[in-house]
Design a protein around this ligand. Structure first.
Ligand code: SF4
Length: 301
């Protein structure tokens, strides 16, 4: 950052994602979810550093060079539904042209069948055929989102990173989009869905990872997390309790600045269970990084 300041946007993230599985990564805006996805694809800004290992099969994504990532990983082995679809679409070309180019590059299909394949890709993401000849600036946010999702699905990549794929969509389209993403996983591929839409996460996920202030604070099976016994980390439980259909209780306070994190547990200033012990950083135990996790009982709803 300016002035030589360093910020740890993501720290100690550790998880596995298996073929056929959907992991939903949830948490408030700015907690590091998208930075994690960008690191996996080698798309961090030049002034950022990523250390550790992130294996996709035998390939360590964090050690791979740009040529390998560009030619063999992005789009082919890892598809991306970007967080800001309008910014990722090429502004001077129609959606059809971008879809046809992507189909050509990723499937090898040439002239015959190209148009039909592009239209089928649009249909998968509920992008209307009547809008295929429009340019990105002629699309609403929701349509741009669907165009970006269609592009990401073309290669049927073994791993799909979907970063807030339901932004700007009404509930019916949210359901349709996440169902299509779920089908991607159901055909033996892996899906990492980054979202703050907990209803969408509940609909699609096998497991849930909760991030707070750059750290994964809980990983749990989705049915246990959303049903009984419920989340065990106080922040994860507070996220669910903030939902209108549950207790509708807002989480007090604000998330900390990543450049100004407290020494121990970053959630301590907002946590009703905090004690002096929370002045030291809790290590994950049984998938939960908390000194005083909630009992494994049903959460309020
Ligand atoms: S470690 Fe302490 S402050 Fe942090 S979430 Fe657990 S109880 Fe709350």
């Amino acid at each position: 950052m300016r002035g030589g300041r360093e910020i740890a946007a993501v720290t100690g993230a550790s998880f596995e994602l298996r073929p056929g599985e959907c992991l939903a990564l949830i948490g408030e805006s700015g907690c590091g979810k998208s930075v994690l996805a960008s690191a996996l694809l080698g798309l961090l800004p030049r002034n950022a550093r990523a250390t550790g290992r992130a294996f996709l099969g035998d390939l360590d994504l964090l050690a791979a060079d740009e040529r390998t990532l560009a030619r063999t990983v992005r789009g082919r082995r890892i598809g991306l539904v970007p967080q800001s679809p309008s910014a990722h679409l090429t502004p001077v070309r129609t959606v059809r042209s971008q879809l046809e180019e992507t189909v050509r590059e990723l499937t090898g299909l040439r002239k015959a069948g190209l148009r039909e394949a592009a239209e089928a890709a649009a249909e998968r993401a509920a992008f209307p055929a009547t809008h295929l000849d429009r340019h990105p600036h002629q699309l609403s946010g929701g349509l741009a989102q669907r165009a970006a999702t269609a592009l990401a699905l073309v290669g049927d990549a073994p791993l799909l990173l979907a970063d807030e794929p339901t932004t700007g969509l009404d509930r019916d389209l949210v359901d349709r989009t996440v169902d299509e993403l779920r089908r991607h996983a159901d055909t033996g591929r892996a899906l990492l869905m980054i979202t703050h839409d907990l209803a969408a996460a509940r609909r699609i996920a096998d497991r849930v990872a909760v991030m707070y202030a750059g750290r994964i604070v809980e990983i749990a099976g989705a049915s246990a997390f959303f049903g009984a016994p419920g989340p065990r980390h106080p922040y994860a439980r507070a996220l669910l309790d903030a939902l209108p259909e549950r207790a509708f209780t807002p989480i007090p306070g604000m998330p900390p600045e990543l450049g100004d994190l407290p020494g121990g547990c970053a959630f301590a200033p907002r946590c009703a269970r905090a004690t002096a012990r929370c002045g030291t950083l809790p290590e994950p135990v049984g998938g939960v990084a908390c000194h005083h996790p909630e009992e494994a009982t049903a959460c309020s709803n």
